[in-house]
Design a protein around this ligand. Structure first.
Ligand SMILES: Nc1ncnc2c1ncn2[C@@H]1O[C@H](COP(=O)(O)OP(=O)(O)OP(=O)(O)O)[C@@H](O)[C@H]1O
Length: 296
């Protein structure tokens, strides 16, 4: 597969940016809801500081060219780059329900069934990225803000690889600068600026799974950088209260945020484990309902 293929281009006259509704803002620029050929889509505008730097713009376009080749139910669909626009703008499918960050902020702690189902959505999207040929795609910035929900309730991963813009590669592998990715979800080896692999995403996934049961991030009193520092140098991890976390979820979390990257499971293994946990949970629920019937 050729990751250097140019991005699909959409003439800028097809999208009226004057009529756009602003949805949000991230590290790379603002996001708008726009109409394209009668369909609501998201338009992501890239800051001029990035777009006007030829090297950064080129890296960005390469990442987008790779994104456009991806097709999976749990990956946000890339649609194209606006051609002849004086700004760098690209379109993706629009996910009406917003991000997992918004959902957790609004709803707080999720029930076990929903949390497992959401975890499976994320793990399936991530497994697709990690199994990409000829090279695995490492997200590098998997956070609740980069997981969006469609109207049907399905979660989709977005913005993978875009954090590469601030990243260097040397003969030992990738190196992420401290400013790359979000400290709160950062694997210890990334914080320590060591070489890293796919399992950095598994570490971030564990923290997201933890938040779904907890209702949001723990250690709110500390800055994200302080938290990342303690995780990297003191091996600190979020607390696992016994009443919030079912035993198999606790075990999975401990494996996924293991300090040794080689001991973390792959997303394929995580999916298998979650499917068993989901099935056991359903059987347990059915059994309890059945016992209630007998008592009645
Ligand atoms: N395809 C989309 N559909 C609907 N809303 C979106 C879409 N993409 C982004 N958003 C919204 O816009 C906000 C900003 O998104 P953006 O991806 O630019 O930044 P972020 O992920 O929040 O932060 P960062 O850039 O630091 O990762 C998101 O929080 C999300 O609510």
């Amino acid at each position: 597969m050729d990751s250097q293929a140019p991005c699909f281009e959409i003439d800028h006259s097809e999208v009226d940016m004057e009529e756009a509704t602003r949805i949000g803002e991230g590290a790379y620029g603002e996001v708008f809801l726009v109409n394209w050929r009668g369909t609501e889509v998201a338009a992501k505008t890239i800051r001029s500081t990035i777009a006007s730097n030829p090297k950064a713009k080129n890296t960005f376009l390469k990442e987008l060219a790779l994104w456009q080749q991806l097709r999976h139910p749990n990956i946000v669909q890339f649609l194209g780059v606006l051609k002849h626009s004086d700004r760098l703008i690209f379109l993706t499918e629009y996910l009406r329900n917003g991000s997992l960050y918004d959902i957790l902020k609004k709803k707080g702690r999720l029930d076990t069934k929903t949390a497992i189902s959401y975890a499976l959505d994320i793990a399936r999207g991530m497994n697709y990225l990690h199994q990409h040929n000829p090279h695995a795609i490492i997200h590098r910035d998997l956070t609740p803000r980069n997981v969006l929900q469609d109207e049907a309730g399905r979660l989709k991963v977005t913005d993978f690889g875009l954090s590469k813009i601030a990243q260097e590669k040397d003969s030992y592998g990738y190196k992420m600068t401290g400013g790359t990715g979000s400290y709160r979800y950062m694997a210890p080896e990334v914080y320590r600026r060591e070489s890293y692999g796919k399992s950095v995403d598994v570490f971030s996934f564990a923290l997201i799974l933890h938040e779904m049961f907890q209702g949001g991030p723990s250690n709110r009193a500390e800055t994200a950088e302080q938290i990342a520092d303690k995780r990297a140098y003191e091996d600190s991890r979020p607390p696992l209260s016994s009443f919030l976390y079912p035993e198999p979820i606790k075990m999975l979390l401990k494996e996924c945020w293991h300090k040794n990257p080689d001991c973390r499971p792959t997303f394929g293994e995580i999916i298998s484990q979650l499917e068993v946990i989901e099935q056991d949970f359903q059987n347990e629920k059915a059994m309890k309902a059945c016992c209630c019937c007998v008592v009645l």
